[in-house]
Design a protein around this ligand. Structure first.
Ligand code: FAD
Length: 375
């Protein structure tokens, strides 16, 4: 089964993503069409329960497919990653009625989701979010602004964290579902980013958005618990995508080094280029193994799953940056030119050191876990 899915993922990417790689990257063209195809081929349903229309496959398989998709397009991998954060939020945080209402459409890709936690004054410290949700009879009224929301504008549903009790810090955070058509809900200007120009990312403006109380996920005050659970699995997906980027950089570099001749020989015959390739290959292998270990820990619901996910996210992001940097070096001047994919990979890699918790935050999680484990 696993090999069939992986072969099918490669075949899918070759047919539906590879021919449009540049258009997807530059303008976000064909994202909707590709999501539709991904959905009809079952790729959006992989890690989710059968009960809601999923395929209930392992996190390991989810990770491996995310790596393959990222090899072909970091933009598509990021759209899917952000969407899955929204799906996992409903799965981990929602009551049965909410799961039955939203999950089948999200899992089948009929609805696309976003996960909106970050605010201007609350990035690494999400407990300090200022968006507020005030109960008003059978409704909540939300006020605040979210920043950097991936899929903003593309998504139908937005998972929004807001304070229902300002006095209780992290325990005062609750999670809500906002519909793109809700009155007074506005998507801000699309961000101009260092990389991924075609990846939708914008602020969300909530100016007295009134929603029925049934759109509170689970109970009041459980928002932070949901966020932690969602990010633990999200970090495995982000690590998988970072591995995909690094693999692509390695593949492109090996190919180029065999074709490019200097001093009358392919540059692959020079020991210093071989040294770069050896470093790249070793790092990619180590990053992939650690990511698969994190996926396995998630599947086995191990107590240290969050720590290993943080390790994988931290390590793979660094590997993506290092390996794509060496790829540019192997390409020489051409690596600096936009016609060559490694130029883009180098810029894209930096994102993985920031999203879903920066490298520094991953190190805090890892160190805290180790210090507790070894008490
Ligand atoms: C392309 C992109 C997509 C994104 N998508 C989403 C999304 O879909 N949803 C969402 O909610 N957010 C999203 N984000 C936001 C992202 O999660 C945050 O940018 C990230 O968590 C960091 O927050 P910040 O930018 O406010 O940085 P800050 O928290 O201000 O951090 C600035 C620096 O200080 C360091 N720092 C902060 N606290 C500590 C500490 N205690 N110890 C040591 N160092 C520290 C950080 O590591 C960093 O180096 C996205 C960001 C980008 C760039």
């Amino acid at each position: 089964m696993e090999n069939e899915v992986l072969t099918a993922t490669h075949d899918f990417c070759k047919k539906y993503i590879q021919p449009y790689e540049k258009e997807i990257d530059l303008d976000g063209k064909f994202i909707k069409e590709i999501l539709k195809e991904l959905s009809s081929h079952g790729f959006m349903a992989l890690p989710f329960p059968k009960k809601y229309g999923g395929l209930e496959q392992s996190t390991i398989l989810y990770s491996k497919t995310a790596t393959i998709i990222s090899q072909y397009s970091g933009t598509i991998a990021s759209v899917l990653g952000a969407h899955c954060l929204a799906v996992f939020s409903v799965l981990f945080g929602g009551g049965e009625e909410q799961k039955e209402k939203y999950l089948p459409d999200l899992i089948k890709g009929r609805l696309i989701g976003s996960f909106a936690l970050t605010e201007q004054n609350a990035g690494s410290d999400p407990a300090s979010i200022e968006t507020e949700a005030i109960r008003d009879g059978n409704f909540y009224i939300l006020n605040g602004t979210k920043v950097f929301t991936t899929n903003a504008g593309l998504s139908d549903l937005y998972i929004v964290m807001a304070k229902t009790d300002k006095e209780r810090g992290a325990r005062g955070i609750s999670t809500f579902i906002i519909d793109r058509n809700d009155k007074n809900f506005v998507i801000g200007r699309q961000e101009k980013k260092m990389a991924f120009p075609g990846l939708p990312n914008a602020s969300l403006l909530l100016n007295s958005v009134r929603i029925p109380k049934e759109r509170l996920l689970g109970r009041e005050g459980t928002g932070f618990i949901i966020v932690k659970k969602v990010l633990d699995i999200g970090r495995v997906a982000a690590a998988s995508a970072a591995v995909g980027l690094a693999k692509r950089a390695l593949i492109e570099s090996v190919r180029y080094s065999k074709q490019r001749e200097q001093f009358g020989k392919p540059i692959s015959s020079f020991e210093m280029i071989q040294s770069h390739i050896a470093d790249m290959g070793t790092k990619v292998e180590a990053a992939e193994l650690l990511t698969l270990k994190a996926a396995e820990a998630a599947d086995q619901k191990r107590r240290d799953a969050a720590k290993i996910a943080a390790m994988a996210k931290y390590f793979t992001a660094q590997v993506a940056v290092d390996v794509s940097c060496l790829a540019v070096q192997i390409f020489g001047g051409y690596g600096f030119i936009q016609d060559y994919v490694v130029e883009r990979l180098y810029r894209e890699a930096k994102m993985y050191e920031i999203i879903e918790g920066t490298n520094e935050i991953q190190k805090l999680i890892i160190a805290n876990a180790l210090l507790k484990e070894m008490e």
